[in-house]
Design a protein around this ligand. Structure first.
Ligand code: EPU
Length: 428
């Protein structure tokens, strides 16, 4: 298995190209199921999860054709054509490895009038139930049955979903996505209240609209979808990854560096930018992207994660790495997932002083972190260890690189190009 080896203490400076957003890609790809015409996605990040999703689409009977990026560019172009759906099932073997597979449920059901998808089970950052996906689909008219670890959803008489109204009791990104895709071709209108407002949801809405969907309230928590008879093909460019950009911003902070995050969209990153400024970073928005520069130690802050436009749970672990080096004590509260502090014991092995009590972590900044062999159980936790390693004295080895490969395109290449001493080593 591969490891990432980092010799820390180097100041990073230069330009980091920001890739297409993983979490947008994973909800744009299933849109292809909604039409028999080709959906071409540009700026698709080169990630294990994107490959995995392509594989799932192939199993359903869709073809996927990938063009590489031009020299010096990141990302790819993928054309998905679901001329006909050969299988309406997303099997356990795929869903258990990639939770986002659940996002095929709404579109298969909309297209074929029935769908069978494995229940995903728990995951490293929390229980992550899918009850809201199912309740929203039921409200749109699906009939559900549970057998052998699978959910089987049917539209009345196997035809089109009628549409309906659902108020989410808790904001859910994935459940909003599934409901939107299911509602796009319903017979009637669907009203989604307390819907997620994440920029990735806006990206999904825009892609659906490009395919012929009719959606009002885009960017708000109240989405009204007037079902259309059919959707057509489209070409759509995936939004820049705001979490990748935020992660590299933290790399500038922990190394006292100066990075131009090329292609990042500051409009999607309000809470992250506010947090970076509170840490003491200089953040400048310009036509090329976002410039983040830091001098001295980070300042301690208080942060609580929240649905968008609040501070993203996907940035919590990376900010913790920065706060581990702050000039004082910080308080982080994680309100989205119940088990998202798996990086804490590993950061502690590098000298961080963090006490977790329930949802709250008190981080007492230390003057220096020291390199160590570490590993993490999820993507963002792994990134926080990379950040700690960039700042630490000595050598850090981050194991279980497959987590990073799910969400950071060419991590070592991007960090190496701005001065990090980082390499991937393979144990064969
Ligand atoms: N929830 C339920 N029932 C549901 C769905 C969600 O109780 O049916 C709960 C979850 O357990 C959680 C909260 O609602 O406590 C929010 O979960 P949400 O559904 O919003 O998360 P998700 O759609 O499963 C996406 C991202 C995550 C990101 C969250 C929150 C994708 C593929 N994943 O997950 O990204 O943390 O939204 O913003 O879009 C990551 O990229 O590292 C990552 C984990």
């Amino acid at each position: 298995m591969d490891r990432i080896l980092i010799r820390g203490g180097r100041r990073l400076s230069g330009r980091v190209p920001i890739s297409g957003a993983k979490n947008a890609a994973l909800t744009l790809m299933p849109c292809a199921i909604l039409t028999d015409e080709p959906l071409t996605l540009r700026n698709l990040p080169r990630l294990a999860d994107v490959d995995g999703f392509g594989h799932l689409l192939n199993q359903l009977g869709a073809s996927t054709a990938v063009e590489g990026a031009r020299a010096g560019e990141f990302g790819r172009v993928m054309t998905v054509r679901a001329g006909r759906i050969a299988s309406t099932e997303a099997p356990y073997d795929i869903v258990r490895k990639m939770r986002a597979s659940i996002l095929v449920l709404g579109p298969i059901l909309a297209r074929e009038g029935r769908a069978r998808v494995s229940l995903p089970g728990g995951c490293a950052i929390g229980n992550r139930p899918i009850d809201l996906h199912l309740k929203a689909l039921e409200a749109i008219g699906a009939e559900l049955e549970f057998t052998a670890g699978y959910v089987e959803a049917r539209a009345p008489s196997g035809g089109r979903l009628p549409g309906g109204r659902f108020a989410f009791p808790v904001v859910s990104v994935g459940a909003t996505e599934n409901a939107l895709m299911a509602a796009a071709t319903a017979r009637g209108t669907t009203l989604l209240e307390n819907a997620a407002q994440e920029p990735e949801i806006v990206d999904l809405c825009r892609c659906l609209v490009a395919m012929g969907a009719r959606i009002d309230g885009i960017g708000t928590g109240r989405l009204e979808v007037a079902g259309v008879d059919r959707l057509h093909g489209a070409t759509y460019a995936v939004m820049p990854d705001r979490i990748e950009a935020g992660s590299y911003a933290c790399a500038a902070v922990v190394t006292g560096g100066d990075l131009m995050l090329a292609g990042a969209d500051p409009a999607d990153m309000g809470a992250t930018i506010a947090g970076l400024r509170q840490l003491g970073a200089t953040v400048e928005e310009g036509p090329e992207g976002l410039r983040v520069a830091m001098e001295g130690r980070p300042r301690p802050i208080e942060l609580s994660t929240a649905p968008y436009p609040g501070f993203a749970t996907d940035m919590q672990a990376q900010f913790m790495a920065a706060l581990a080096l702050a000039d004082g004590a910080s308080v982080l509260t994680e309100t989205i997932f119940e088990n998202r502090y798996m990086h804490v014991p590993e950061l502690a092995r590098m000298g961080a002083d963090v006490r977790v009590s329930g949802r709250t972590a008190v981080v007492r900044g230390v003057g220096e972190l020291t390199g160590a062999p570490v590993m993490a159980t999820d993507l963002r936790a792994s990134m926080s260890l990379v950040l700690a390693g960039l700042a630490a004295r000595g050598e850090t080895q981050v194991a279980r690189v497959y987590h990073l490969d799910r969400g950071y395109e060419r991590l070592e290449e991007k960090l190496g190009a701005v001065g990090a001493d980082i390499e991937r080593v393979s144990d064969g």
